[in-house]
Ligand binder design. Structure first.
Ligand code: ADP
Ligand code: ZN
Length: 601
């Protein structure tokens, strides 16, 4: 462990371990298998990179993200670590070079795509060299229920038997109990020590609204909260993504599109620009994001519902990996929910898959319609308890006005029951409001006892109430494709008068708080410090361009801010800056110190 601490400081330039890092590293160093669940930005990479440097042999890292391997290897090279990767993007000659380095024992870390690792050729090569560990990154890809299922991940269980003495560490940022169990089962990790960090991303502010005109509201949000910061906007369709990007560009904010319908080189160019430049917005379908670990994404916005809470958590998790304040903003409409239900029902999938999918959608709708703390709701989904009142979500910051609607809820439930638990929202509302149309008369529903007893609310309010009853499990939507309603498991207490039911009174008006003043710390600098910060930032851009890496590989904004605050004058002082290990001080030290000295002259 002492070696580990030394490497943390000398190579990575960090002072102390975070969260579960030290426990995980200790276990791997002792040769034990590990399953590590840690949120995005929690610092998973160090958990295998440091043991790979401490233990003899090469650390083999399985990653599904080809695009990310290059970034990781670049970042490690910038720290002076000997790393390489093998995947389908690499030329045969380059592959030979990597393999030769591997055989000569000159690699600390080797990143490999899963399908390549399990080839007999690759396994054969690995048989003949000492291996420090296997790291299986994004381990949730073994889960067939998840949105990132990669069948070849299941073949990775071969590592357990073939390299019995080598510790394996599986890592993921997505893990509800089901996924966790699947990882353990599929990868033979029954004996692994499990480390579960809190999944709370405290620096993310969650905001969710329902209603019309999402695009205009998005613009108000961006203009008010993120006039400069980089962001990602997710849309459901390619066409929508194009349209929204045009809209933002017309508003004067540079936005690039990204979706599977674009030429591969256009996609690559847009992704590269997003990584390399400051303050760009990418408007994308979910095709974008796997493999984006740009640390300074300041907001992630959704213009429609994500697919599930896991997807929401993962997509919003791309914001603020650097730990600075950032926003997760979601606007959805009820028609999104209906669309998803139809997709699920009409898909070719097996029934149990459909049932799980509906359940996941229900949970997400529940989060969206919640009147309490979003963070508490979100974490509860991952079996994590949070006391609520987080102070950093829309509902905590501006509690929605609620109304005791227990009586109305009972009327609605009873109407669903009396009309036979098969009609959709519109019909149920018509009965409540006493609309004796032909269908209702034909069905005899103008004679049920709840006909016309709902005068206290209008049709829109009744629909909102029904949606919320669905969201909270008092009602369920039939899987018939027509949105029929039936009583849900949880409605009993409400019907018996043992529980109360509150509804949101109305959509919250857009916040008038003005800019929240939570922008990244560099925004808070004085005029004079700002000039130094900008000078350092241009130096960083030059250094990055010279090495063909994104600026954050040279160093993060956080480090620049620290340099501005502390004005280091010597190499030793630069060492004290977060993120500056030996190699970085050596490579960039002289130029950075010169900029600081010149600025203060
Ligand atoms: P993950 O893979 O879990 O999303 P990363 O491994 O990319 O997260 O780490 C996120 C960021 O936190 C990186 O910039 C990393 O260098 C930084 N980091 C990780 N561990 C530490 C630590 N102990 N101290 C300071 N920064 C750290
Ligand atoms: Zn909250």
């Amino acid at each position: 462990m002492q070696r580990a601490q030394e490497i943390l400081e000398r190579v990575f330039g960090y002072r102390s371990f975070r969260l579960e890092q030290s426990g995980i590293i200790e276990a791997v160093l002792a040769g034990r298998d590990v399953l590590a669940l840690m949120p995005t930005g929690g610092g998973k990479s160090l958990c295998y990179q440091i043991p790979a440097l401490v233990r003899d042999g090469v650390g083999v890292v399985v990653s599904p993200l080809i695009a990310l391997m290059q970034d990781q290897v670049n970042a490690l090279a910038a720290l002076g670590v000997r790393a390489a990767f093998l995947n389908s993007s690499i030329e045969p000659w380059a592959q030979r070079v990597v393999e030769d380095d591997l055989m000569r024992g000159e690699l600390d870390l080797l990143y490999v795509a899963p399908e390549r690792l399990v080839t007999e050729r690759m396994l054969g090569l690995l048989d003949s060299v000492p291996i420090a560990l296997f790291a299986i990154d994004e381990a949730h890809c073994v889960s067939q229920w998840g949105h990132d299922f990669r069948p070849e991940y299941r073949q990775l269980r071969v590592l357990a038997s073939r390299f019995a003495g080598v510790p394996r560490i599986a890592l993921t940022a997505t893990a509800d109990a089901r996924t966790r169990a699947e990882i353990v089962g599929e990868l033979s990790l029954e004996r692994a020590e499990q480390f579960v960090s809190s999944f709370d991303r405290t620096n993310i502010r969650y905001m969710i609204t329902e209603g019309d005109n999402a695009r205009e509201r998005l613009w108000q949000f961006i203009a008010r909260e993120h006039p400069k910061g980089a962001g990602i906007v997710y849309c459901l369709s390619r066409r929508k993504a194009e349209e929204v990007a045009d809209f933002l560009n017309r508003k004067g904010r540079e936005a690039l599109v990204y979706h599977a319908g674009l030429e591969a080189d256009v996609r690559r160019r847009h992704q590269e620009r997003f990584l390399a430049e400051d303050g760009l917005i990418v408007v994308a379908t979910i095709a974008f994001g796997m493999g984006i670990d740009k640390p300074d994404v300041r907001f992630v916005a959704h213009l429609s519902l994500p697919k599930s809470i896991e997807a929401y958590y993962q997509e919003t998790g791309r914001a603020g990996r650097d730990g600075e304040p950032c926003d997760a903003w979601l606007a959805y409409s009820v028609s999104d929910i209906v669309t998803y239900r139809q997709w699920i029902d009409q898909s070719e999938a097996a029934d149990d898959f459909k049932r799980v999918s509906h359940g996941k959608l229900d949970a997400l709708v529940g989060l969206c319609e919640a009147v309490g703390c979003r963070r508490q709701r979100l974490l509860a989904y991952f079996d994590e308890r949070h006391p609520g009142n987080c102070g950093n979500c829309d509902n905590c910051l501006e509690p929605p006005e609620t109304l005791d609607a227990t009586v109305a809820a009972r009327k609605a439930l009873s109407t669903v029951y009396r009309t036979g638990q098969r009609f959709g929202m519109a019909y149920v509302v018509d009965v409540l409001l006493g609309k004796a149309d032909e269908r209702i008369i034909r069905n005899g529903h103008d004679r049920v006892s709840t006909f016309g007893i709902g005068g206290e609310l209008d049709a829109a309010a009744w629909k909102g109430l029904l949606r919320q009853l669905v969201a909270e499990g008092h009602l369920e939507v039939l899987q018939d494709g027509f949105g029929g309603l039936k009583l849900g498991d949880r409605c009993r207490n409400l019907l018996r008068g043992e529980a109360t039911f509150h509804i949101r009174v109305r959509q919250k008006a857009p916040s008038k708080r003005g800019r929240s003043g939570r922008a990244a710390t560099s925004d808070k600098l004085s005029e004079r410090d700002r000039r130094l910060f900008d000078a350092l930032r241009s130096l960083r851009a030059e250094l990055a361009a010279a090495e063909s890496v994104p600026p954050y590989v040279v160093c993060h904004d956080r480090s620049l801010v620290e340099i501005v605050e502390r004005r280091p004058r010597t190499h030793g002082a630069l060492h004290e800056i977060t993120g500056f290990g030996n190699k970085k001080v050596q490579s960039y030290g002289a130029q950075i110190l010169e900029v600081v000295a010149r600025h203060d002259a």
